[in-house]
Design a protein around this ligand. Structure first.
Ligand code: MTE
Ligand code: HPA
Ligand code: MOS
Length: 751
């Protein structure tokens, strides 16, 4: 099925926040933010701004009727800084004006004096000063401390990965409209409508039922709007409440880049021990997560780093510890992979390090240690229905790995100034929110008298195609044409208490809830048909919009069936609820079964490095991916392509730079580079693994949103292999992104 949004997108008719017509009297909000990263506010002078024609009000923390608090996990983040500033770009005032232009002008008229305090931008430095978001956590399996003596080879090192800017095409924003009886309708570009509703209620000091959050779709979220869309929605609601007029907040790109958090940079220590025959006997790692100035989602992200610390490998003795370090950067947040990529990169670095010293290909180590059924993850879950070996085998045979490796070797022998590199990247990614209680969802289905159907779920469409998948689920259960089904906006009044659309689990959770609701309605309709047509219930079937009696088509079509049920006073609405079975986790002992299932895959990356200029091209990315039984191959392949390229961007060219004072230097699209059509792999092949799918996946179609991002990690190691082929003196480093500058320096590094 084609994406239900394609027509609207291509014609420019799809509605995003900025396409909502503004009501008469709408005002615009712009945040005045800090121009230093740490300090105590001494004085703010906004008298000039206040006098500017068209400025309606300057809102300070003192105007907040409820709590000045927006922290999602811990209450450690103010909406508007009251006294102390914790990062450059932290909102201090909210300017409300008749237009955004006037508000921007007013912002320039505000002056502030701050008693500056020392600034920390580095995670390890924060750890040294004991500035932590929460106590560290450790996952442990076996006893690595006792195992080192049995290891033939031991290697230790450091691996760093940098942050990543979400760069959703639609920036953060919200539009708040005051309704009667102190209620508010909030249109928000958020992945988490309920989070917006809950935090808005808290800041305004009113109950949640006074706030209706509505989301049509997002121009991308990538995790950046799981928690951090809330800030701007709350600001719009605050302005609307204080002034009793509609207020819109829509961020300028540079404001968005400066004020919002990104993927967490990590600095990590690793120690890996191997036997003579290359079995990984022991692995230790310590992760220093750069959380930024408030917790945001850092604790959950840090947890997922630990869950994925051994990637697709079975290691019998593991001890991994993570510190969430508090620095003076904007609070870092969810980003596709949610800490998983940062953990997986480190063990891949450790393997590359070992292979380099042993003068073998990393794939020899990778292959010998791939996860198998019955293996235990460091967090206690026993691996089952493992597909990693199958994807690995298929990747090798379908893409003729040995031939590729030979071609690379020949090319490198024949070329002096260009070198090729190749790598393999296996992935295993756990599906479910790591916090068990978040894994439930609801769906509301109405069948109207004329037979058309309206579907509401808690799923937010952000480009990943979940709305199309929801239509497919309903169409398949009812056995009606997809054009009979309308997918409604995501709205907290219709579907309440939702988890954010995240963790790649949106289609599974909401789809299963929808399936349950549709099945309940089908049951009623079958009873109606049975009663009126005098057919035994077990003989009634609804198929292709007709009622069947023992596989024989009756006169009754869908329309007649619905009409009759309605006249029979049968309820044609249903609310479905789904909670993932099986999963559980005990944080006290750090053991459990947190994931419904895992998604697997293997990617081969081939690159060419220009050894004069340090530039590189990704020649090919060849992937065997475990989709389960994909319910929509066009959408799912799109997810793999997009995620893989986003992963390559993170590992190669996207470089976030803060200076020592905590100011963002890569603050615009001129200084922050993401992959474009010219830098994507020249050849991008995706093969679907042959498999039966998984029962806990919706229609056996596995979650696909995040896992393929980690294929991009292979690009780092492919480039590194090319650099090694050119310069025998190159000293192995793991310091992503591998920008052309770093490549050039690596190429000409001397002993
Ligand atoms: N794809 C597009 N086009 N835009 C997005 O913002 N977000 C990703 C992924 N794919 C995203 C995307 C992230 S971070 C997640 S968690 C999943 O989609 C969320 O949707 P799902 O649960 O339906 O896969
Ligand atoms: N993934 C994504 N988002 C989340 C998670 C998770 O595991 N937990 C809480 N928010
Ligand atoms: Mo995705 S990082 O779970 O929004």
């Amino acid at each position: 099925m084609k994406n239900i949004d394609s027509r609207g997108h291509v014609r420019g008719e799809s509605i995003y926040l900025d396409d909502i017509p503004e009501l008469r009297g709408t005002l615009h909000g712009v945040a005045f933010d800090s121009t230093c990263a740490h300090g105590i506010i001494k004085n703010i002078d906004y008298s000039k701004a206040e006098k500017l024609a068209g400025v309606i009000k300057i809102i300070t923390s003192k105007d907040i009727p409820g709590q000045n608090q927006i922290g999602g996990i811990f209450p450690d983040e103010e909406l508007l800084a009251e006294n102390e500033i914790h990062f450059w770009g932290q909102p201090i005032l909210l300017i409300i004006a008749e237009s955004q232009k006037i508000a921007f002008k007013a912002r320039k008229l505000i002056s502030i004096t701050v008693d500056e305090l020392p600034v920390i931008v580095d995670a390890r430095e924060a750890k040294a000063q004991n500035k932590l978001v929460m106590p560290p956590r450790t996952f442990k399996l076996g006893e690595p401390k006792n195992k080192w003596k049995d290891c033939e080879f031991i290697f230790e090192g450091i691996a760093n990965s940098n942050g990543q800017e979400h760069l959703y095409i639609e920036t953060q924003g919200a539009y708040a409209v005051p309704m009667e009886n102190d209620s508010i309708r909030l249109y928000s570009s958020t992945q988490g409508p309920t989070a917006v509703q809950r935090i808005t209620a808290q800041v305004l000091g009113i109950p949640m039922h006074k706030i209706e959050v509505d989301v049509t779709r997002l121009g991308g979220g990538f995790g950046g709007k799981e928690d951090q869309a809330t800030t701007w929605a709350v600001m719009a609601a605050l302005g609307a409440t204080l002034l009793n007029r509609p207020v819109k907040v829509s961020l300028h790109r540079m404001d968005d880049m400066r004020m919002t958090g990104k993927r967490h940079p990590y600095s990590s220590d690793y120690k890996i021990g191997l036997s003579k025959d290359l079995k990984i006997l022991a692995y230790e790692a310590t992760f220093y997560q750069n959380a930024g100035a408030a917790a945001d989602l850092s604790p959950a992200i840090m947890e997922r780093t630990l869950f994925h610390a051994t990637n697709s490998y079975f290691v019998p003795n593991v001890e991994v510890t993570a510190y969430s370090c508090k620095t003076n950067l904007p609070p870092n947040t969810a980003f596709r992979g949610f800490g998983g990529p940062q953990g997986m990169y480190v063990i891949e670095a450790a393997i590359a390090h070992a292979a380099h010293e042993l003068k073998i290909s990393p794939r020899e180590i990778q292959e010998k240690n791939l996860l198998q059924n019955g293996n235990e993850f460091p967090y206690g879950q026993i691996a089952d229905q493992v597909e990693i070996g199958n994807t690995w085998k298929d990747a090798k045979s379908k893409f003729e790995l040995e031939k590729l490796e030979k071609e690379v070797a020949i090319f490198n022998k024949e070329n002096k100034h260009f070198k090729k590199g190749i790598s393999l990247m296996p992935i295993s990614f756990g599906i479910s929110f790591t916090k068990t209680v978040m894994n439930h969802a609801r769906a509301l289905v109405h069948i109207y008298q004329d037979g058309s159907i309206g579907v509401s779920t808690g799923a937010v469409e952000m480009g990943q195609g979940v709305n199309t998948k929801m239509v497919q689920v309903a169409a398949s259960v009812f056995s009606v044409n997809a054009n009979k089904i309308k997918l409604e906006t995501t709205n907290t009044t219709r579907v309440a208490n939702t988890s954010p659309s995240a963790a790649s689990a949106t289609a599974d959770l909401n789809g299963k809830a929808l399936e349950i609701a549709c099945n309940a309605l089908v049951k009623r309709l079958i009873e109606t048909a049975s009663k009126h047509l005098g057919i035994a219930i077990s003989d009634v079937k609804i198929q292709d919009e007709f009622v069947y009696n023992k596989n024989i088509k009756t006169e009754w079509d869908w329309k007649k069936l619905i009409e009759t049920a309605f006249l029979d006073r049968v309820c044609l609405s249903e609310n479905g609820h789904y909670a993932t079975p099986i999963i559980h986790y005990n944080k006290e002992i750090e053991k459990g079964h947190p994931f419904a299932y895992h998604v697997y895959g293997t990617a081969i990356t081939v690159v060419t490095v220009d050894c004069i200029r340090g530039r590189y091209e990704i020649d090919a990315l060849k992937i065997v991916h475990d989709f389960g039984k994909s319910m929509n191959t066009i959408i799912d392949r799109g997810q793999v392509e997009g995620a893989a390229v986003q992963g390559i961007g993170w590992m190669t060219m996207e470089e976030i730079i803060y200076n020592a004072k905590g100011k963002l230097i890569s603050n615009a699209l001129s200084t922050y580079k993401i992959p474009d059509i010219y830098s994507v792999p020249k050849e991008l092949l995706i093969e679907q693994l042959e498999t039966q799918g998984h029962e806990l996946a919706i229609l056996k179609s596995k979650a696909v949103g995040e896992p393929p991002l980690m294929y991009g990690i292979g690009a780092y190691f492919a480039i590194q292999n090319a650099v090694k082929a050119f310069n025998p003196n190159y000293k192995l480093k793991f310091d992503a992104p591998f920008t052309p500058e770093k490549v050039l320096m690596g190429l000409y590094e001397k002993e």
